[in-house]
Design a protein around this ligand. Structure first.
Ligand SMILES: [Zn+2]
Ligand SMILES: [Zn+2]
Length: 75
């Protein structure tokens, strides 16, 4: 008795699709960035550093590029 050695395709596709984002603030390549609809991206480190400059309520952050309000929740 042997197990079928099938690897789920989705796993490989996921790895292919997983791409890094470049932080517009420090230029670091990170797997996760906060992103604005205008294309601006900021990494977790920079976000924490500039948190009180970009967010006034801890729920949304303001994009320094276009001034749009982006939520923390739905990313
Ligand atoms: Zn950064
Ligand atoms: Zn923006």
């Amino acid at each position: 008795m042997r197990e079928p050695s099938e690897k789920p395709l989705s796993w490989r596709e996921r790895r292919k699709r997983a791409r890094v984002t470049v932080c517009h603030c420090c230029g670091a390549k990170v797997p996760f960035c906060w992103q604005c609809r205008c294309g601006f991206a900021i990494c977790q480190d920079c976000m924490l550093e500039n948190f009180w400059g970009m967010s006034c309520n801890g729920i949304t952050w303001q994009c320094p590029d276009c001034g749009a309000q982006n939520g923390f929740g739905n990313q």
